[in-house]
Design a protein around this ligand. Structure first.
Ligand code: SAH
Ligand code: DHB
Ligand code: MG
Length: 223
């Protein structure tokens, strides 16, 4: 009943605020046909990512956790023509679907999907001089979040945004004794986020077509 209402209101808002985009619809369809899990952000959340990226005038974006490239399309749509999104994906099959989806959206020139575990790829990204990124979106394996935050701090500048998905997990995040690695990962991440003096951070609970979860949003402060 509650989930039904969240879903209906989510659709109501998406119908109002989210312009139809055949490339985004096609991305979801191709991802489903390829058997990818439907854990992508919702259309309204995608629109929020675009708004936040445009608000900071993002020209360089880093995403950790590509899946089928749905959130990557939303983020890349916020970039200027010479902007760049680098998105990291451990699963080669997911990356392949994402590349096709991004190409269909006309974003192949702006987006680079790198295959491998994020922790293996991030040192190279840092060494290649793509940083500072104006926005980092963390959405891969939850136990890795706290380490991804440390990388995000290294790869951003004052004024950058660091955003993380799935920090509430149906409310399970308040359970300090949880045996769920993803919940413990989110807890460690939230604690580290709160303790970082160079960040102004908050958590936003979200409900909608993707259930009950939450986003962390943090602004990198001047040194
Ligand atoms: N951001 C996507 C959803 C990502 S789902 C969207 O909203 O459209 C999480 C993704 O992270 C999965 O595709 C999973 O394969 C990937 N992943 C898991 N562990 C990873 C790791 N260590 N490094 C990189 N990607 C990882
Ligand atoms: C799940 C949801 C996500 O948004 C994600 O990035 C990974 C996993 C999930 O519900 O399992
Ligand atoms: Mg997610």
């Amino acid at each position: 009943m509650t989930q039904d209402l969240w879903t209906t209101v989510d659709h109501y808002m998406a119908d109002l605020f989210v312009a139809p985009d055949p490339a985004l619809d096609a991305a979801l369809q191709a991802s489903a046909e390829a058997g990818l899990p439907a854990v992508h952000v919702s259309p309204n959340q995608g629109q929020l990512l675009t708004i936040l990226a445009r608000s900071v005038g993002a020209r360089a974006i880093l995403e950790i956790g590509t899946l089928g490239g749905y959130s990557a399309i939303w983020l890349a749509r916020a970039l200027p023509p010479d902007g760049r999104l680098i998105t990291l994906e451990a699963n080669p099959r997911h990356a392949e679907v994402a590349r096709a989806n991004l190409a269909r959206a006309g974003l192949a020139d702006r987006v680079e999907v790198r295959v491998g575990r994020a922790l293996d790829i991030l040192p190279g990204v840092a060494a290649e001089g793509h940083a500072p990124f104006d926005l980092v979106f963390i959405d891969a394996d939850k136990p890795g979040y706290v380490t991804y935050l440390a990388w995000a701090m290294r790869l951003t500048r004052p004024g950058s945004l660091i955003i993380a998905d799935n920090i509430v997990r149906d409310g399970k995040v308040i359970n300090a004794d949880s045996g769920d690695n993803s919940v413990q990962g989110a807890r460690r991440f939230n604690t580290a986020l709160a303790a970082e003096p160079r960040l102004l951070a908050t958590g936003v609970q979200t409900v909608g077509s993707k259930g009950y979860d939450g986003l962390a949003i943090a602004l990198v402060l001047p040194e």
